[in-house]
Design a protein around this ligand. Structure first.
Ligand code: PMP
Ligand code: GLU
Length: 398
């Protein structure tokens, strides 16, 4: 019968992309929406990176490249991982794909069999459970709640491990909470993974967006045994403000990378040819570019947290990394305005969008229904305008 697959039935579209699209569509209609939805830096891609792509396009670098990426790009990634993360990989342990999301998808498909358990700390980034679901794996959620800085205590993690555990997804700094695991915690996780023999998918896309002198620790750098079990994921979207370019990569054991390349060779082939020299330029470019972005994010972080905490009924922890705040809005549940009752994070997010013209993402999609997520990768002016509106909308709730 001509009906869509069971698999497709189970997938819901990405709520982060949906809210971003909705806010942008409203803006295109001339509606003055303040957009805290998008998880994308508001800065333009640095000029020297754009120049490298233009140069390569003009030079006719427009044909298929090797599936896993050009030799130059893989070499630049190997050097980056060594220089910045203390990781020793060979070029045949690197695969470049169409965004970190695509790398995660390929990695999960290459390692997770139907019925395998994948431990996902909650709150989690929206795409992890869906990708695990597409591989017919079983997502096992473990609380990484506010009381522990949005990180999972090792005992809880140990309790969640069963003989069917195939993988843990680690995301530090975290989207949506900004939680950051310290070295001791990462060491404990590495020990557990080695003891029990499960993979760690370490999504390090926010590694550079980290505050107050915190240290980002790449779990694979902690020893050969854990390195063999780890798939390190990274990309260009956040650190270099290149969300639309679709450039991400994975580093892992050769066997895993070969399996990922085989999957990619039948689905996407290579990533866009003329973006690859630009990615090399980004990795080899001046580090001040990223530093300047992070110090601007840091100012916004402190400002938005203080403004949110000034609103009665909202409490917001100070995130240690990434560019999201994740305020608890559950004290507002049960209140209403003009017949619109706030019952959960979705109804609150809808209320803000419709009545205050402010886009935020409901926490439900991240597995945390008492929260909403605001991205502060937007200007200070927008932050103030949006917070004025939220404060007014909340004050109206009876
Ligand atoms: N991981 C996390 C935690 C993210 O927030 C995102 C969203 N940008 C991605 C991966 C995917 O990034 P990319 O744009 O490289 O696909
Ligand atoms: N990762 C970003 C976010 O969480 C971009 C959208 C997406 O890919 O989910 O908003």
């Amino acid at each position: 019968m001509a009906v869509i697959s069971q698999r497709a039935h189970k997938i819901s579209p990405s709520p982060t992309l949906a809210i971003t699209a909705k806010a942008k569509a409203m803006q295109a209609e001339g509606i003055d929406v303040v957009n805290f939805g998008a998880g994308e830096p508001d800065f333009d891609t640095p000029q020297f990176i754009k120049d490298a792509a233009v140069k390569s396009l003009a030079a006719g670098f427009t044909k298929y490249t090797p599936t896993a990426g050009t030799a130059d790009l893989k070499k630049a990634i190997v050097e980056k991982l060594k220089r910045e993360n203390g990781l020793d990989y060979a070029t045949n342990q690197i695969i470049v794909s169409l965004g970190a999301k695509h790398s995660i998808y390929n990695a999960v498909l290459a390692t997770v069999d139907p019925g395998d358990e994948v431990i996902i700390p909650a709150p989690y980034w929206v795409s992890y459970p869906e990708i695990v679901g597409m591989a017919e794996g079983k997502a096992v959620y473990v609380d990484a709640d506010e009381s522990t800085g949005f990180t999972v205590p090792i005992e809880k993690l140990r309790d969640a491990v069963t003989p069917n555990t195939k993988m843990l997804i680690l995301n530090s700094p975290s989207n949506p909470t900004g939680g950051v695991y310290n070295r001791a915690q990462i060491e404990q996780i590495a020990e557990l993974a080695v003891e029990k023999g499960f993979y760690v998918l370490s999504d390090e896309i926010y590694e550079k967006i980290i505050y107050d002198g915190r240290e980002h620790v790449s779990i694979a750098s902690l020893g050969d045994e854990i390195k063999k079990l780890t798939i390190t994921i990274n990309g260009f979207s956040k650190a270099f403000s290149m969300t639309g370019w679709r450039l991400g990569y994975a580093a892992a054991d050769k066997e895993i990378v070969s399996a990922m390349a085989a999957i990619q060779s039948h689905s996407a082939s290579n990533l866009v040819s003329f973006t690859q020299p630009a990615a090399v330029a980004a990795l080899n470019g001046p580090s001040e570019v990223v530093g300047a972005m992070v110090s601007e994010f840091d100012k916004r972080r402190k400002h938005i947290v203080s403004r949110l905490n000034d609103i009665r009924g909202i409490t917001c922890a100070m995130p240690g990394g990434a560019f999201y705040v994740f305020p608890n809005v559950s004290q507002l549940f049960g209140r209403e305005f003009n017949g619109k009752k706030i019952t959960d994070s979705d109804s609150f997010a809808n209320y803000l969008l419709e009545d205050a013209k402010v886009a935020v993402v409901a926490g439900s999609g991240f597995g945390a229904g008492n929260y909403v997520r605001l991205s502060y990768a937007t200007s200070m002016e927008c932050i103030d305008k949006g917070l004025d509106r939220i404060a007014e909308a909340v004050a109206k709730l009876g």
